[in-house]
Design a protein around this ligand. Structure first.
Ligand code: ATP
Length: 235
């Protein structure tokens, strides 16, 4: 079943056209990745879906509901969580406070505690660092916190923008392993990555974005073997 349907969206930053008619879909339970070089429009695609960038034309549906240009908190409440590029955790707040910020609409201490335990089951480091300020943690831990914060809303769809950025290879491995685990427990994943090889290796399907349009799409296992892709992105 299709959960996310993006149809021919065009998004601008002022006079600059970042997206030139992007269409894609994500089925329940899939890991779908968007790859492409710097400035291709990957982040803008996620921002357009979550309501952080204004879409000029085209439409976005999530679980059958139109969400085009809905404010980000509404999209989150419908079950689609966005973990932005660069992590964007609150550096001066503790791990606990950051997680609580993620649970903005959740009522009841028991539910919040249960969600936190769920997050700690994937990221035990966050439990150890519970009272530490986010900004004092390593890049990998901050990425885990950013994902953990999104998980506090119990999303059905997790949109991750370059979770591997700036992290050591061993930490990248861990993050990708956790993405696979989250998917295995039923969370649908839309993953933006520069790290095309690893992203395609874990994805069911992928889309290649170039200059604001999709130039290629297919199964992750096929794209990873594709000569053009190997040359452009996997070199
Ligand atoms: P990156 O990995 O570098 O983030 P990307 O594929 O995610 O690349 P986008 O960030 O979506 O690309 O950028 C798409 C285009 O929109 C680029 O030409 C970029 O310069 C432009 N752009 C992105 N953000 C802004 C902004 N806030 N203001 C103006 N132009 C922007």
């Amino acid at each position: 079943m299709t959960v996310l349907e993006v149809k021919n969206i065009e998004t601008y930053y002022g006079a600059i056209q970042a997206l030139r008619g992007i269409s894609l879909d994500v089925a329940e339970g899939e890991i779908v990745t968007l790859i492409g070089s710097n400035g291709a429009g990957k982040s803008t695609t996620l921002k357009s879906i979550s309501g952080l960038a204004k879409v000029k034309s085209g439409s976005i549906h999530y679980k059958g509901k139109e969400i085009t240009n809905k404010p980000p908190h509404q999209t989150t409440l419908l079950g689609a969580a966005h973990v932005p590029e660069g992590r964007r955790i609150f550096a001066n707040l503790t791990v606990k406070e950051n997680l609580l910020m993620g649970a903005f609409s959740v009522k009841g201490k028991d539910v919040i505690d249960e969600r936190m335990e769920f997050v700690f089951s994937y990221f035990p480091k966050l439990k150890e660092r519970f009272h530490q300020k986010g900004g004092t943690m390593s890049g990998g831990e901050q990425q885990m916190l950013a994902i953990g914060r999104a998980l506090m809303m119990k999303p059905d769809l997790l949109m991750l923008d370059e979770p591997s950025m700036g992290l050591a290879p061993i930490i990248v491995e861990q993050i990708f392993e956790i993405i696979l685990q989250l998917n295995a427990m039923g969370i649908t994943i839309l993953l933006v990555e520069q790290n095309a090889y690893q992203a395609l290796s874990i994805a069911h399907r992928g889309y290649v974005i170039q200059n604001g349009t999709i130039v290629l799409s297919g199964k992750g296992s096929d794209l990873v073997e594709n000569e053009e892709i190997k040359e452009a992105y996997l070199a």
